[in-house]
Design a protein around this ligand. Structure first.
Ligand SMILES: Cc1cc2nc3c(=O)[nH]c(=O)nc-3n(C[C@H](O)[C@H](O)[C@H](O)COP(=O)(O)O)c2cc1C
Length: 301
């Protein structure tokens, strides 16, 4: 073992004895027809990526009908969805966490019940986004959540987390990254609220804090991971001070709750306009130092 590359050495993540440190990142595949995970091909897909003692994170699972923003994503809000996941989780011999998700305003009428407006922290629409193949994606005008509706969304995450454990997952990861609902609350380019969920940093992070508390209360902080992407501006969602934002979430919510792991996206390299060279303006190291649990990094590996 002494000569093994560090990535391939064992690691104890809370109660989980991992055989190595290579983790499968959550990857949406859009093949869960009718929002029900498909045991036949999804068991094969996850087993192909499993190793004994490895850690897998599932593709993002919607917490409700209104949480969807893409076609055929799996859900975790009905018994049928739980039963389908059970067969897949049972087939996979690895540590397996379910990622739970709400896209917020990153949605379109065809994904919403009765074509209703998707919910968000704001009523500002995501501008059309051009994908890598030149396709232009458009989004619905969102509906700003009323203050008294927010506990209902928090509760949807609690129930989805409970369902994930019922399905046999070892834990859950809250998808608080990539411009989806949590980022829409946390980041100041998007959050334009003037209630207790907007304005100050503490207020903008309140929704995330409430969901973390609810899910930790339901399944235990020792089975809870949180994914953040402070430096990402995906889906027109960015923050003017991403480092302070992420440190706030770590110090005020993740550490005091005793969250098992913090999963972050690496900042992308940028071309420096002065000399045309690629530079990396930010690093994840301050967060790794600040977070007391296990730190996972993703992006460009
Ligand atoms: C097709 C595709 C689907 C993805 N789906 C998810 C997802 O469901 N949840 C999530 O948190 N990130 C998702 N991501 C982001 C990846 O987990 C990963 O963080 C990102 O691709 C950066 O890593 P890379 O540079 O190695 O690609 C997705 C990325 C791709 C390309």
């Amino acid at each position: 073992m002494d000569s093994a590359p560090p990535l391939l050495t064992p690691y104890k993540m809370g109660a989980f004895n991992l055989a190595h440190r290579v983790v499968l990142a959550p990857l949406t595949r859009c093949r869960a027809y009718g929002n029900v995970a498909q045991p036949a091909h999804m068991s094969l897909y996850y087993c192909q990526r499993a190793t004994l003692g490895g850690l897998l994170i599932s593709e993002a699972c919607a917490v409700s009908e209104a949480a969807r923003g893409y076609p055929d994503v799996p859900g975790l809000w009905t018994d049928e969805q739980v039963e389908a996941w059970k067969l897949i989780v049972d087939a996979v011999h690895a540590v397996f966490f379910a990622q739970i998700w709400h896209t917020g305003r990153v949605s379109a009428p065809e994904f919403q019940p009765n074509g209703q407006a998707p919910i968000s922290s704001t009523d500002k629409q995501v501008p059309p986004q051009v994908s890598h193949d030149g396709h232009v994606n458009t989004f619905a005008v969102p509906r700003r959540l009323e203050t008294n509706e927010i506990p209902h969304v928090v509760n949807e995450f609690r129930i989805a987390a409970r369902n994930a454990i019922k399905a046999g997952f070892d834990g859950v990861e809250i998808h608080a990254a990539n411009g989806y609902l949590f980022d829409q609350f946390m980041k100041d380019s998007t959050n334009d609220r003037d209630d207790m969920y907007g304005g100050t940093l503490e207020n903008r992070c309140r929704f995330t804090a409430e969901v973390v508390a609810a899910v930790a209360g339901e399944v235990g902080a020792d089975r809870l991971g949180v994914r953040l992407s402070p430096f990402t501006d995906y889906m027109d969602c960015s923050d003017s001070d991403p480092e302070t934002l992420a440190l706030h979430v770590i110090h005020r919510t993740l550490n005091p709750t005793g969250v098992l792991y913090c999963h972050m996206l690496e900042p992308r390299m940028r071309v420096n306009p002065d000399d045309g060279k690629l530079t990396l303006p930010h690093m994840l190291l301050p967060f790794r130092k600040a977070f007391r649990g296990t730190f996972i990094a993703s992006g460009g590996y």
